[in-house]
Design a protein around this ligand. Structure first.
Ligand code: ATR
Length: 275
């Protein structure tokens, strides 16, 4: 059912810097081709110093109908919006842009849904004590999702002032240190720690207990995930979050339910094939 590329092919993609490592094109294109939609999804590497001009130009393209936004542009994209969703307003960043039939720019945040769907495959966070590591952009989407699910949220951050401020904004708790991680039912890493081989540990991972659930938003088998599993805890990396945020974006753009299983298979193949 793959639609051939022709003069009517619609354009979607992911705007970021860097984007060469992005796995979104891998599974989004499977969605389009399985549904026979005449569209392609491409990486758009946007220079940081020419962000405004590049996005402005991109939006003029008639056949460009939407894109994902990734690091470091999720906040800067807001200035292009004619309309933002309630989620974007609350979280303060957007990862999905849609151009409507009459050319209006709508912004959505599907990161929080992606996270929640992925986490719920391991545990329902409702009423659980959840420790969120980090206070950056991803942390905001994660905290928003956890609050919506009525979890009891605690934030820790390397720079405490930033963590305290975020905790206040969202009306959640703040923890000073990571000596007592055993008190939490769920631990979510939203920091970049674990991305590089030589990264230090955020805390002593040997303290993780079998009753705990660990979710690392990094899509890599980080030491946190590996050590947690070794200790009998349920632990997952961020690959499913990536899939599910993309699934929600796909629905926003096309109004159709994409073939989730086939997209997941393609994503897994690309991911495990390269590590
Ligand atoms: P993102 O949008 O991906 O969340 P970000 O907004 O730059 O990225 O946030 C990065 C997070 O990782 C921050 O919470 C940062 O902590 P600081 O606020 O102290 O900078 C955290 N982080 C990065 N490197 C870290 C390290 N080596 N140890 C602990 N936390 C780290």
């Amino acid at each position: 059912m793959v639609h051939p590329i022709n003069g009517k092919t619609l354009l979607y993609g992911v705007v970021g810097n860097p984007v060469k490592h992005s796995l979104s094109p891998v599974f989004q294109n499977v969605g389009f081709s399985k549904l026979g939609i005449n569209a392609v999804y491409l990486p758009f590497e946007v220079p940081k110093e020419n962000f405004k001009e590049t996005i402005k130009g991109l939006l003029f393209l008639e056949n460009l109908k939407g894109f994902n936004i990734t690091v470091p542009f999720k906040e800067r994209i807001l200035e292009f919006a004619d309309w933002v969703s309630e989620d974007v307003e609350q979280i303060g960043s957007a990862n999905t842009l849609k151009k409507t039939e009459n050319g209006k720019i709508e912004l959505y945040n599907t990161d929080w849904v992606g996270f929640l769907k992925a986490l719920k495959e391991l545990v329902n966070p409702e009423g659980k004590k959840v420790l969120v590591l980090g206070a950056g952009g991803t942390a905001k989407a994660v905290i928003y999702a956890l609050k919506k699910s009525r979890a009891e949220v605690y934030i820790w951050n390397r720079t405490p002032e930033k963590g305290r401020k975020l905790a206040e904004t969202f009306g959640v708790n703040f923890v000073e240190n990571l000596n007592e991680v055993r008190h939490f039912d769920i631990i979510v890493n939203t920091t970049s720690v674990g991305l590089r081989e030589d990264d230090p540990w955020l805390f002593d991972y040997s303290l993780i207990e079998p009753h705990q659930v660990v979710y690392d938003v990094i899509y890599k088998e980080t030491p946190l995930v590996v050590e947690a599993r070794k200790r009998g805890a349920k632990a997952e990396n961020g690959l499913k979050m990536l899939l599910y945020q993309g699934i929600e974006s796909f629905k926003i753009w096309t109004g159709k339910n994409p073939p989730v299983d086939e997209m997941w298979e393609a994503l897994k193949r690309a991911f495990y094939g390269r590590i």
